[in-house]
Every structure is written in C-alpha cells, then in structure tokens.
Design a protein around this ligand. Structure first.
Ligand SMILES: *Cc1c(COP(=O)(O)O)cnc(C)c1O
Length: 691
C-alpha cells in the first residue's frame, strides 16, 4: 500500500533520449531558475549509478554535486537541501545492471514508494525535479524502464535531447515512448552538441531540428503548446549556472505554474453531463475518478490505489494494461484500425474465428462477431428463429429460459432475463412473451437431484411446438444472482432439447475464458449446445467484442435454399478488437491460467469462510475465480462503496450479493485483502440500510 497522501506530489520527471544528453545540466539549471523565482525546489536522483554511497553529495561526478553547485551562490531555502539521492550503486552502468551487481532488484513500484515517502518527509519542498538514470527507456528490470516511474507517479516529463546531426530519430522515439505510457511532455530542451565526429553541428541543422521537433510536439499535444527550448553550449565559468538558468527560465515559469489541482471537478462535470449504469441522472450514485490502471490495481485521480476485485465486470482477466494485449492493439492500430466487414475480410478476424473454434465445445464451427454481449444474445435468438423458419417450423417463435437468468439489456435479450430482476414490468407491453421455468435449483456441490428437470421436461413435452430454443447460462447464473448449479442439469436438459427438436443456446458471456475453472463452463457437463455466446473477457478487458458461434447444422438450416442471416453490425469484426482478442487467446495457450484460477479458488474459499459465521449471511459459495457472499437482505451499496474505497479495494455489491471475481493474475495476498474487506464490512454492519 502506498503511504497515505497527505499532500499531492508536485514533481516533474527530467529524462532524456539517451544517457549523456545534458539532463543533469538542465535539471540543475532548472533548479536554480525555480529557486530564483522563489520556489522551494529540490533536485532528486531516485537512482544514481557510478558513485559509492559515501560520496553521493561530495564526489564531483555525482549529479547531486552539480545540483548543489548550481545554487551555491543564491540564498538557500531553510531546512531544504537542494539535492537528494535515494538509491546509489557503485558500478557505472544501466540501473538494472548496477543494482544487480549489488544483489538488488529495482522495481518501479518500490522506487515510487520511496519518492512519495521522500516528498512527505521534505515538508518544506514545493516541487521536486526527479532526474532519471539514463534515457527514458533505460531498463529498471526485465519488463520495466524509466518511463514506468513517471507513469506510476503520473507526472509530466521534461525531455532533454542533444541537438546534432542524427538526433531527430531519437527524439521522436522518446516522444513515442511517452505516448505509449500515457505521459505528457511538460517541455523539451535541446542541448547543442557536437556531431559524432566531434565537429560542431552547423546552425542550419540545429535550427531545422528544432523546427521538426516543434512540428511533432504540435501533433502530440494539439491542445496545449509544449515549451521547446534550445540550450546552446555555454563557456564553463563563474556565471555558467546563472546563464543556463536564465535560458531555462521560460520552462521553469511554466513548471512552477502547473501545480496539480486538488479538485479537478470531474465528478461534478460528470453529474451534469453523464449517465452511469442502472443509475439516476438526477440523484447520481457515489463516483470515484479513475485515472490509471495497472496489473490488478485501479489508480484514482487523488493517487489512491484500489485492489481490483471485479475485473471490470468479468473482463480484465489478465489484469489491466497487459503488455501483450497493448502490443497487439498498437500494432493493429498502426496497420488498419477498422474496415467494414461487408465484402471485406482480414487476418485478425479469420485467425480469431479459427482460434475460437479450436477452443469451442465440439461441433460449434461458425462464428458471428457482435459488438457486445447483448448483441451476441440478440444474434443467437435471431439465429434460432431463422433456423426454425428455415425448417418450416414457423410456430416455434418463443424461448424457454430459467428464472434467475441474465442475458443483457436490449429488448430481445431482456425478454429472456429473469422477469423480476430483469424488470419486465417496466417494458411489459414491448417485450416478446417468453416461457420461464424454475431455476436449476440443485447446487453445484451436492449430489444431483433429477427432479430439478421435471418442469423443463413437462414444458418441452406440452409446449415444445412453440419453442425455438432454450437459452441459459451454463453452471453459473451471473448477474441474476451469482448462483452455481449442478452440471448434470445441463446434460439432462440437452437430452430433453434434442428429443423435442428445440435448439439449446448457452450464454457463456460471463463464464467463458476460464472464470469457472474450465475454459467454457459447458465443459463441466461435457455438453455442446447448438449456439454459444461469448464476450466480456474475450479481449481481456480492452475493447468491446462478442461472438455467437453455432453448429454447421444451425448454419445450414438458416442459409439453406439461398437464404441469408439477417444481421450485420457496423463495427462487425473490428480489426483492433479481433487482434487484441487473438492475443488474449495466445495468453491462454501458455496454460498457466488453470493454476492461477485453482489457486484463487482456494484463496477465495479460505478468505470468505469466516463470513459464514456472520448472522446476516445466508450463504457463502466459491467456484473457480468467483467468490460470493449472499446476505439475507439487500445491501446498502452506497455505504459499502465508501467503506471499500477507504480500505483500498474495488468491490461492487448488488442486491443481496457481495461478490469477488478478481483478475486471475492477482497476487494471492491481494485476494486475502479483498476477502478480509468483505468480511469486515459485513461484520461491521455496513451492509445494513441507513434507515
Ligand atoms: C454481461 C452479460 C451479457 C451482456 O453483455 P454486454 O456486453 O453487457 O451487453 C449477456 N449475458 C451474460 C451472461 C452476461 O453476463
């Protein structure tokens, strides 16, 4: 956990296109310019290499020496040293190597923690200039680099680049590295440098370089001009720092004026302009402002970090900002973000369809891409209707669904949701009337009771001629109550459907992609439906994409005799979403997910077990990476919201349910934390309504 933010960090990251770009001179000169302007600035080197710890402030080759020298002749700030070094390694090498040499391992999270603690300690400092060790992409370890420090602190970056023949390529790369991490350049300083052959760079080239960089900055930040300064070579002498600081004063003024505002006002602007899921526009529910995400964490605008227990509604299964998924997104964005799917096809769609079919239960062969889960359900319903029509069974126009189901919010999907929790009464005259049966009442973890199927058997026998298909969520009923039922129910139901020539549709939008411990929940029963819908986790939580997959039998029933299937979303088969979904499938190939989900199942079962002893708890159940605490009455979601955010966790209860479905990649100690928060909230009575 980060230390509580008693005052928001006000800092800039000074980095370069490379090592030896003049970063230290720029940092020291900015320090002087800021102090001259009356700001209590401090220059900090989070990691210094090539200096022994005893010499950090005295060795002339330490950057701290330059910082101190730059302000030696101006009045000091009481109780604030101009320079600080947080970690120091003797080997003059890239930070990862210098640290490894001393048996240490650098991590962005740890360094940021140290920087924040330092900021809280240095109470008299107004502003920190954090100078990176090496260039913006210098590695901290196998997966992180300097830019991750700026990203994790979420602070603007001043980029220092040598101005010489051949430097443009480096500047553009460094700017791209910032964009990749969602970072904003606060300014660019181009330091005049000799060409690689040692000769001075001709003025014509110096000027043109500046002009080219100015153009790129306009492209990168169209709304706000980014200061671009040239720092010429200055003779070393008594007033070197004075002159350098004077040249950088325009940038220092800009930095000094950019103190992060405490209240960005996003919540009130949101209240005026936006609507949230299942919410009132007039009495808006409590809101947090999310500004970054990383791994299993959501980072709020105020710097608070929340451990995610929701995977953003079943979607972010591998955690947020997964590098492989982001990589796939960027690569496809650079190539072709979107083209219409009518009359055109592309590799991401074809490869994804093939990959999905390989993973599908036996027999499901033909993929229709939709843009959300609800649309995938609409597509499945239309497929079933067109199939029955194609077969000449025109009276089969209804659907049979169990109570307690959830299939989405569009009209067709809503018509097969639980009639009570799905709010059918609000839209009664506009919803097709479907047939409902008892929910699969036999628990997942007790011996199967065949009597559960009696009602399904009776309805299919007496009214089968009206029914196009049975639709349900296999094994786990999600938003309709987080209910886990026995897989044998599905085996029995599949037989009943086959006997009455009714199609069987599995809605695996929530259960697909490993959440229950099997890739698809259908695998618990070894049953193949005629149509399967998937979505939610399909792109690992990056973009919206869903699919409806059917058997060749269904496809030929629909399309026999020259007929076509009548559906075609504008963004069908969107290449960006398909490319990310394909990379998401690739992550499953590595096969570690099963171990992760099994580990999480154990951690959830253990962590939530103490909830059983609480008087208001009706049931505790865990399956795969889903943990559910069911209460006897509806919970007070607003009170729980506040409690959970204060505890540093992100959990959103609904109705009588407080449940967890963390990203599979969550560290188990975070799962323990989530479970403890759920327990303590209920033990403390926060779930009870205020009245
Ligand atoms: C979420 C969900 C849907 C709807 O998906 P959207 O992408 O929200 O439209 C449909 N069925 C099930 C089982 C779901 O969990």
């Amino acid at each position: 956990m980060p230390p509580p933010e008693t005052r928001p960090l006000y800092a800039f990251f000074i980095s370069g296109t490379d090592t030896n770009t003049g970063k230290t001179v720029v940092t020291a000169a900015l320090l002087r310019a800021l102090r001259t302007a009356g700001l209590a600035a401090q220059a900090v080197k989070p990691v210094q290499t090539g200096i022994s710890p005893a010499e950090t402030l005295i060795s002339p080759s330490s950057d701290a020496f330059a910082y101190k020298e730059a302000v030696a002749d101006i009045p000091p700030v009481p109780a604030l040293c101009p320079a600080a070094i947080l970690h120091c390694f003797t080997l003059p090498a890239s930070p990862h190597l210098a640290a490894a040499e001393e048996g240490k391992h650098l991590r962005a999270a740890r360094l940021c923690h140290d920087i924040r603690s330092h900021w809280q300690r240095e109470k008299t400092a107004d502003l920190l200039l954090l100078e990176s060790a090496g260039g913006i992409s210098a590695p901290l370890n196998a997966t992180e680099d300097m830019s991750d420090i700026a990203a994790e602190l979420d602070i603007p970056v001043v980029l220092v680049c040598p101005n010489r023949l051949g430097s443009l390529s480096h500047v553009f790369r460094a700017l791209a590295a910032l964009t990749e991490k969602g970072l904003i350049p606060a300014g660019v300083v181009m330091t005049e440098a000799a060409s690689t052959d040692g000769r001075p760079t001709p003025a014509r080239i110096l000027e043109d370089n500046l002009e080219m960089v100015r153009g790129r900055l306009r492209l990168a930040c169209p709304d706000r001009p980014v200061p671009l300064l040239a720092l010429p070579r200055l003779p070393k002498g008594a007033d070197f720092w004075k002159r350098a600081a004077a040249l950088l004063t325009p940038l220092a003024t800009e930095l000094g004026a950019r103190r992060r505002r405490d209240a960005p006002g996003l919540v009130s602007r949101d209240h005026a302009a936006l609507w949230h899921p299942y919410a009132s526009a007039l009495e808006p529910p409590p809101l947090e402002v999310a500004s970054r995400s990383r791994g299993n964490r959501i980072i709020l605008e105020n710097g608070r970090e929340l451990v995610d227990g929701m995977s953003s509604w079943w979607a972010a299964i591998h955690g947020y900002n997964h590098p492989r998924l982001l990589e796939a997104l960027r690569r496809q964005a650079g190539r072709m973000p979107h083209v219409m799917f009518g009359g055109l096809t592309h590799a991401p769609a074809v490869e994804l369809a093939e990959g999905l079919v390989r993973r599908m239960p036996e027999g499901l062969k033909r993929v229709f891409f939709a843009d959300s889960g609800s649309v995938a359900v609409e597509v499945a319903l239309k497929m079933a209707l067109q199939y029955q029509q194609g077969r000449g069974r025109t009276r089969r126009t209804r659907f049979l669904a169990p109570y307690g189901g959830y299939h989405g919010d569009t009209l067709g999907a809503m018509s097969v949701c639980d009639p009570v929790t799905g709010m059918h009464s609000l839209f009664a005259d506009h919803l097709p009337r479907q047939i409902f049966m008892e929910r699969p009442r036999c628990r997942f973890d007790v011996p199967f009771d065949p009597a559960c199927l009696d009602e399904a058997r009776h309805i299919l026998k007496t009214r089968g001629e009206e029914i196009a298909a049975v639709i349900l969520e296999p094994v786990v009923q999600g938003a309709g109550g987080m209910w886990f039922y026995h897989p044998d129910y599905l085996r029995g139901l599949a037989e009943l459907c086959a006997a009455s020539e009714t199609l069987l549709i599995f809605d695996e939008i929530a259960t697909g992609f490993g959440r229950t411990g099997k890739f698809f929940a259908a695998e618990w029963a070894g049953v193949s439906p005629d149509i399967l819908c998937c979505g939610k986790a399909m792109t690992g939580g990056l973009l919206t994409l869903a699919a409806t997959v059917c058997t060749e039998e269904v496809a030929s029933g629909i399309c026999g005799g020259g007929r076509v299937f009548m559906h075609g979303p504008t963004f069908m088969g969107n290449p960006l979403a398909c490319a990310v979904a394909l990379a998401n499938l690739g992550l499953f190939e590595e096969n570690r997910w099963q171990t992760l989900v099994t580990g999480m199942q154990e951690a959830l079962a253990q962590g939530l077990a103490p909830c059983r002893d609480l008087p208001d708890v009706a049931d505790v159940r865990v399956l795969g990476a889903i943990g559910v605490v069911e209460l006897r009455k509806s919970v007070n979601t607003a009170a729980l919201h506040g409690f959970f955010v204060d505890r540093g966790v992100w959990i959103r209860p609904f109705n009588r349910l407080v449940y967890l479905m963390p990203p599979y990649t969550s560290p188990l100690e975070d799962v323990v934390l989530l479970c403890a928060a759920v327990h303590d909230a209920i033990a403390g009575g926060l779930h009870k309504s205020a009245c």
